[in-house]
Design a protein around this ligand. Structure first.
Ligand code: SF4
Length: 342
């Protein structure tokens, strides 16, 4: 089993050795998933957020300057209908962390499930919530949930998110315990983060017992305290994707749009490094321009682009791998004492 030192060495590979790492990761992906890439359809449902992450333009301190939006239940169902019309069976709702999303999304889920006659994965990324809220959303028919820890270093985490790592881990434990298929992940290129810290993040994610894991390069965004900080290293991020595949062969690992934002061929290279998920954006134009995740100038993945990237990587699109998970058993246990891992 790879330890932190092994991971660190793999993260530093470049040139021919890096290519061999990618080949190894692709071989592991092939063994578990064949040549298939999961395609998701996402809609961003609100840009309001009560959290104050220093890297994010939607942070609480920016609320007054941002033109905010919050979609209603009917809108979510309409968007899900467009996702369905594009033959995508993973409906992904993501938004800032505010309590109001629980009811809006919870009320939309049964109608979305009806659109698909039940054959749909409902994936959420709505931040920390109380266990009872996660329970309600699961009962309504949510399948999976993404909650990234961003960095496993508790001090850096609090500096970046202005919240404790532990509060996020409590939510991750709740989600796993409630039977969600759970995703987590980290950012590469945060201030004062070295390669050893990135290696610890990846091993930390493995030890959480999650089903999906992403790594994304840091993208400096305007109007944030980190606006002047340099962006995350794309090569390091690609190696982290490949190492993630070795650490979690059955993980869903997205090739994220931030990779294309940082480098033209970024998402294609993510697939070539062992990733197996692409997310197509279905947020209506009017709201999408206000969802400032990387500032106004973000890279938006459309259906044709996703299809092209997948084909160029010699792969084929597929639907959800979690369709049997709607009322499934609890996921693997999250260790109760994870705070020492950083
Ligand atoms: S990263 Fe997420 S939780 Fe943090 S401020 Fe932005 S929307 Fe809120």
């Amino acid at each position: 089993m790879l330890d932190e030192q092994d991971v660190m060495e793999l993260l530093l590979l470049r040139g021919a050795e890096q290519e061999r790492l990618f080949e190894r990761a692709r071989a592991v992906r092939q063994e578990v998933f064949g040549s298939e890439v999961v395609v998701r359809g996402v809609s961003e449902i609100t840009n309001q957020c009560r959290v104050n992450c220093v890297f994010c333009p939607m942070r609480r301190d920016n609320t007054r300057h941002n033109s905010d939006f919050r979609m209603d239940t009917e809108r979510l169902v309409d968007i899900a209908a467009s996702v369905r019309a594009n033959d995508i069976d993973v409906v992904f709702f993501q938004g800032g962390e505010i309590p109001q999303t629980t009811r809006v999304v919870g009320e939309a889920i049964p109608a979305v499930r009806e659109l698909y006659d039940g054959d749909v994965e409902i994936l959420l990324n709505l931040g920390n919530k109380r266990r009872g809220e996660y329970e309600y959303l699961r009962e309504q028919g949510a399948t999976s949930y993404i909650l990234k820890f961003e960095t496993s270093d508790p001090t850096l985490n609090e500096r970046m998110r202005r919240e404790t790592l532990e509060s996020r881990l409590t939510c991750l434990r709740d989600l796993l315990d409630l039977g969600y298929r759970v995703g987590t992940g980290s950012i590469i290129g945060l201030p004062d983060q070295d390669v050893a810290s990135v290696a610890r993040d990846l091993v930390f994610a493995r030890d959480l017992g999650v089903h999906m894991c992403s790594v994304a390069p840091f993208v400096p965004a305007p109007d944030t305290p980190l606006a002047g900080h340099q962006g995350g290293d794309v090569e390091l991020t690609l190696n982290a994707i490949a190492v993630s595949r070795l650490l979690g062969p059955s993980w869903l690992i997205p090739s994220v749009s931030a990779l294309s934002k940082r480098a033209g061929e970024g998402q294609y290279r993510g697939l070539m490094a062992g990733a197996n998920v692409i997310t197509v954006n279905f947020t209506p134009d009017e709201q999408r321009d206000r969802y400032l995740i990387y500032g106004r100038d973000r890279f938006v993945v459309k259906r044709d682009y996703a299809r092209d990237v997948i084909a160029r990587a010699g792969l084929t699109p597929r639907g959800s791998v979690f369709l049997d998970a709607t009322a499934g058993p609890a996921a693997p246990c999250l260790p109760q004492h994870t705070s020492g891992a950083a």
